[in-house]
Write a protein that binds this ligand. Sequence first.
Ligand SMILES: [Zn+2]
Length: 278
Amino acid sequence: MKVAITYHEDFSKHGFSVLKDRIRPSYEALLESGLIDGDEIQIIKPETTPLSLVEQAHSPMHMQNMSTDPYRDVAILSAGSVMVAAELVASGQAHYAFAYTGTAGHHASRGGCWGFCYFNDVAITIIKLRQLGLDRFLIVDVDPHFGDGTRDFFKDDPNVLHINFHSGSGQNYDGNGNNYDIGLGFDANDTQFLDALKSALELAKDFDFQLAFVIFGHDSHEDDYGGFNLTFKAYPRMAQIIKDYVGDKGLVFVLSGGSCAHVAERVVPDVIRILAGR
Ligand SMILES: [Zn+2]
């Protein structure tokens, strides 16, 4: 298939309070878009992540702290959604994937978490992919909040290039650990964001990787709660730029921040339409 979409109804029922109300409207908009044909574009129901993998990623103290958290189960299911999506791409069963989640992941470090995140879905998935023989990964975090949890996992890992957009200021490129932070301020518009994305990918062009993740927070939209002032036009352009850059390698979009239903019901189908080449 061309695009696999991993979705579970628990994300809208039991997802984090701020994030969950956008899930069902965006899913229904996707169904009504006519994109889902059951052949080239399919919806897959994910399974929960094996607990052993979550325990490999996170410290015993963090696991203990999360043991009674009301969002624990949906966070593990969210990591499962990312893992199933990435495995479908890594195995060649899908060219691209879009993973719905009920909690976010990029503020979850080995030993802690904040900001609607509990377990780091992408870090857990990379452990699994490395067991399958993949080694080098590109992570493009376009959520306007700083992906500090993801950085905690990969700051010293030269085989993971972490391009991290945020609404702070300044740029910092660490060539040893392959960490790149791009602060665009709180009011970045479409042009500033897309130009910075192209520049970052140009700087990264010599980094070889097997699979790319996009940490896709639409809290960057002008109507949503995060930094940046992006319009609807920015999201399909962003997806096209990244898709063109990734080429034949694997590409997985991972839903991150955002609460506005009217934003999600437009940007999620728009991104999937680009992935499908429609
Ligand atoms: Zn965010």
